[in-house]
Design a protein around this ligand. Structure first.
Ligand SMILES: [Zn+2]
Length: 318
């Protein structure tokens, strides 16, 4: 499964310089001399470099021990990580917290440090194996006390969304869902789900073919999704039925299962597991479980590869 690199700093710089050049040229034609060029150039460089400087400053901060304890208790990828991986994870957390906007919309559900860290931990989990990927900076994260509907009404009887991600707009979480996202390794994690949608959106639309995937891999990806969706429909999948809604939900739900239950996923859905290891460039299983042996899919979940089911039983002797 090949993926494409989205390195955008150089592209941003080129676009900014072109914009500055155009503004400068207009200013020059209007008789402003070289000053419009100089000012436009300075503004362009500052706009492009600001996020880089914000990130560089954020990751130099010491990582709070309080955060370290919380991650050790709740976030499997951090728990199992090598010291080098944990250091990268911590840098990703600090960068995310500095780059995003956590906006208070309801007084009764404040953005506590645990809640912000719960979201940042999801971002670090998804990006750990992909240093070239980033989430759009300055995105708004909002918190609602209850589930909500498409129009963001919250409270009893108003919709059943506990998370929502928009391509250009905010990411919204219901506080009760966010608070238990990392509490259990139950293949359900609203943070991983909504942030996976953002990776899917990184290109044009969320169609379940992540835009970071090399287009050459798209047909194989679609075949895999079709086959796994079929398994969901006949009740032989670890993925909950919501994954069969469409390709985008399949990707988001499969991401939750991949990071929350990697060991059984590798055993029962080997091809899917391998595709996600390739996509995220990371094997989330505890190191002791990362064997090279790739057993065949185990649809019935009995712990044995399915081909063994076809071996006729040993004839009774005696
Ligand atoms: Zn979704």
């Amino acid at each position: 499964m090949r993926t494409v690199f989205t390195g955008s700093l150089l592209l941003s710089l080129v676009v900014a310089l072109m914009a500055a050049g155009t503004v400068g040229l207009v200013g020059y034609r209007l008789g402003g001399g070289i000053w419009p060029f100089a000012v436009a150039l300075a503004v362009a460089v500052a706009v492009v470099l600001r996020p880089v400087l914000v990130r560089a400053r954020a990751v130099r901060e010491p990582f709070p021990n309080l955060y370290r304890t919380w991650l050790t208790n709740f976030v499997p990828v951090y728990q199992h990580g090598t010291p080098d991986e944990q250091a990268r994870f911590e840098a990703l957390v600090l960068a995310f917290l500095a780059e995003q906007r956590f906006e208070q919309v309801k007084d009764e559900v404040p953005w506590t440090w645990e809640r912000k860290l719960a979201v940042a931990a999801g971002a670090a989990t998804l990006l750990l194996g992909r240093p070239g990927w980033t989430f759009t900076t300055r995105r708004s994260f909002l918190l609602y006390p209850e589930t909500f509907d498409r129009d963001y009404f919250d409270g009893a009887g108003h919709g059943d969304f506990d998370g929502m991600a928009h391509q250009q707009g905010p990411v919204i979480f219901a506080a009760h869902a966010l608070d238990v996202a990392w509490a259990y390794e139950d293949a359900s994690n609203v943070v991983l789900h909504e942030l996976a949608h953002l990776l899917d959106y990184a290109g044009d639309t969320a169609d379940g073919i992540p835009s970071l995937l090399d287009p050459a891999s798209a047909p194989a990806w679609e075949r895999l999704v079709r086959r796994e969706t079929q398994r969901i429909r006949v009740g032989k999948s670890m993925l909950r039925s919501y994954a069969a809604t469409n390709g985008a939900e399949f990707f988001a739900v499969a991401t939750e299962v991949f990071f929350e239950k990697p060991v059984p996923l590798a055993r029962r859905h080997r091809e899917l597991f391998d595709a996600f290891v390739a996509f995220y460039a990371y094997d989330p299983r505890p190191p002791a479980e990362r064997t090279d042996a790739a057993p065949e899919d185990d649809e019935d979940g009995d712990g044995e590869p399915d081909h063994r089911l076809q071996i006729p039983p040993k004839p009774a002797t005696g």
